[in-house]
Design a binder for this molecule. Structure first.
Ligand code: PLP
Length: 390
């Protein structure tokens, strides 16, 4: 099985393995890297082949006509997500953190509030703080161990100075696939408070069997005059280093503003990224993703069964993503003691929950997109590190 192969990434300048020791004090020699969200798997052959062909050809000039790339995105959206888009709606950014930053820059002013449902993907905080947009943290509610939305509470928090809502759909780190009803309620909330919605759907393909992701406009197309949808090949196919993201804007007024801002910033796409993305969004790429999700489902079950057997520790049930969001609050231990046990005793590097904003303080996030043998080693070590819990 291709996903079982252990591939050494140390020494390849990978963030996940080469930066682990500096960030978490866990050495790549003995440790297991479960932090940043990329996978330890090779992408499908169709993606590897296109890079091989480019390397053999050996000339790396500017990318020209991008119609094959744009058509491949439309094809994928139609085939995998049932959403018909016109290629002219698509802008290419240097990944989706960059896409988010350009949305913030284009559609808000310094001092405007930006709403986040927390805990949420940490880079949003970095972008917003660097661009002087106050973050309005709207904590997710928890019902039966599942994150939900509490609009009465959020309505009461709005001051009129908020201009944008950034949504993570499916949600990182809670692993929720928002239902069409929830998306409609988010749309109504945005209308009530006149917010632009940036729906970051980077995890849209990483959905477990039995779950269905709904692209925002399919739940509520009446908000299209305030809606931006973002997607990418990078998470799905493990090509995050290619740094290509799709910002899809159905509304012509929003599109014109975004286009002008892109021109002002002198944005133009990366040859490798476009070629890899166009190869990935294909029937072969689709079959690979189906195999990937079946494999990740096995990893998820293994991880959750071992972690949930530890008294006081609870892995949030994931509907999507390969990022386990683990609540240690029931252990009664301090965050420092939990990190010491995970990093120093178990030699596992996991993201620290407080970086995801309010509600994340007692959590760690573990990326289990790696060969199953390594997930097994990680959970064995974690079980030992917390073996004294009764
Ligand atoms: C919700 C979300 N958005 C964006 C990103 C990163 O996007 P990019 O690498 O395209 O900048 C991630 C990575 O984990 C993410 O979880």
């Amino acid at each position: 099985m291709q996903f079982d192969e252990v591939i050494n990434r140390y020494g390849t300048r990978s963030s996940k393995w080469d930066d682990m020791e500096k960030k978490y004090g866990v050495s790549a020699k003995d440790g297991i890297s479960m932090w940043v969200a990329d996978m330890d798997f090779r992408p499908p052959e169709c993606v590897q082949n296109v890079v091989r062909q480019m390397a053999e050809h050996g000339i790396f000039g500017y990318h020209g006509n991008d119609s094959a790339y744009l058509n491949s995105i439309s094809w994928w959206m139609q085939n995998r997500h049932n959403w018909s888009i016109d290629p002219s709606w698509i802008f290419t950014t240097h990944g989706l953190v960059n896409g988010t930053a350009i949305c913030v820059d284009t559609f808000t002013e310094p001092g405007d509030g930006v709403v986040l449902f927390t805990p949420i993907y940490h880079s949003f905080f970095r972008v917003l703080s660097a661009s002087d947009r106050p973050v309005v943290q709207c904590p997710l509610a928890v019902e039966n161990g599942r994150y939900t939305l509490d609009f009465d509470r959020y309505d009461a928090m709005m001051t009129g100075r908020e201009k944008m809502l950034i949504l993570s759909s499916p949600h990182n780190p809670g692993g929720r696939v928002w239902t069409p009803d929830e998306l409609r309620a988010i749309g109504e909330f945005a209308r009530r408070h006149d917010l632009i919605i940036v729906s970051d759907e980077i995890h849209h393909d990483l959905v477990y069997p039995g779950q269905k992701h709904t692209v925002f406009p399919l739940a509520d197309d009446s908000v299209s005059e305030r809606l931006i949808v973002m997607s990418a090949t990078t998470k799905t196919f493990n090509i995050a280093g290619s740094h290509v993201g799709n910002v899809i804007i159905p509304d012509s007024t929003l599109r014109a503003k975004f286009k002008k801002r892109m021109a002002a910033l002198g944005m133009s796409p990366n040859y490798f990224g476009l070629m890899m993305a166009a190869a990935a969004y294909s029937p072969e790429g689709g079959a690979w993703v189906d195999g990937l999700m079946a494999y990740l489902e096995g990893n998820r079950q293994l991880f959750d069964a071992a972690i949930n057997a530890l008294p006081g520790i609870k892995s949030t049930p994931l509907e999507a993503t390969y990022l386990a969001w683990v609540d240690f609050s029931g252990t009664g231990m301090s965050p420092e003691e939990i990190k010491r046990r995970v990093q120093q005793e178990a030699q596992v590097a996991a993201n620290h929950g407080e970086t995801f904003g309010q509600g994340g303080e007692a959590f760690l996030r573990f990326n289990f997109a790696m060969p199953r043998s390594q997930v097994q080693t990680a959970v064995d070590r974690l079980s030992q590190a917390f073996g004294d819990l009764q």
